[in-house]
Design a protein around this ligand. Structure first.
Ligand code: GAR
Length: 209
């Protein structure tokens, strides 16, 4: 039986596109995208879901007074979808501990740096790359990890390093990290999860090949 995947998005959705493409090309064999949920009604990711014929929903963060109310609405939406795996693919909202407990060890996130560098509160999207350039690191990269109650603090599944070039703008670095790391790592981690090859042992994730 194919695992049911719900993908949560907030913006452009290039990572969602990478998942859709990986499903089509057979990189993801053991799961199917059952639904896409966006925290913004204007997210371009919704157009990508529509074009791929995937059911999509909007739970607008702006229309909910706080994180509790927003997470509850998300939970309600997910109860109907019944996902085995929840993927945060450029999802820019903080989830409550109730949400995280409901899907314990079933939520994964892609983050555009080598955790534990440039992560945690305030580090999201282009800001991560601005901070990395400001610091002067020579390599950065991406991380796919399980989600726990600490922002970007869950057990690491996969990481990939990417070169930082001297003349890089934040946008150029972001693009290289997406192309060389995020769009490859996220589908790979999804297939490992869906095929039952990930074992969590405390902070360590063991990949059973
Ligand atoms: C991606 O780089 C993703 O790693 C990052 O936002 C971008 C979303 O792009 N996520 C975070 O910073 C989460 N902390 P996308 O909408 O095109 O996939």
């Amino acid at each position: 039986m194919l695992k049911r995947i719900a993908v949560l998005v907030s913006g452009g959705g290039t990572n969602l596109q990478a998942i859709i493409d990986a499903r089509e090309s057979g990189i993801i064999k053991s799961g199917e995208i059952s639904a896409v949920i966006s925290s913004s009604k204007d997210a371009y990711a919704l157009k990508r879901a529509e074009a791929a014929g995937i059911p999509y929903f909007v739970v607008d963060r702006k229309e909910h007074k706080d994180s509790d109310e927003f997470s509850n609405k998300l939970l309600e939406t997910l109860e109907d979808i019944k996902p085995d795996l929840v993927v945060l693919a450029g999802f820019m909202c903080i989830l409550t501990s109730e949400f995280i407990k409901r899907f314990e060890n079933q939520i994964i996130n892609v983050h555009p740096s080598l955790i534990p560098s440039f992560c945690g509160g305030g580090y999201y999207g282009i800001k991560v790359h601005e901070k990395a350039l400001e610091y002067g690191v020579k390599i950065s990269g991406a991380t796919v990890h399980f989600v726990n109650e600490i922002t970007d603090g869950g057990a690491i599944i996969l990481q990939k390093a990417v070169e930082v070039k001297e003349e890089d703008s934040a946008e150029e670095l972001q693009r290289r990290i997406m192309e060389q790391a995020e769009w490859k790592l996220l589908p790979k981690a999804i297939e490992l999860f869906c095929s039952g090859k990930l074992e969590i042992n405390g902070r360590k994730v063991i990949v059973k090949e």
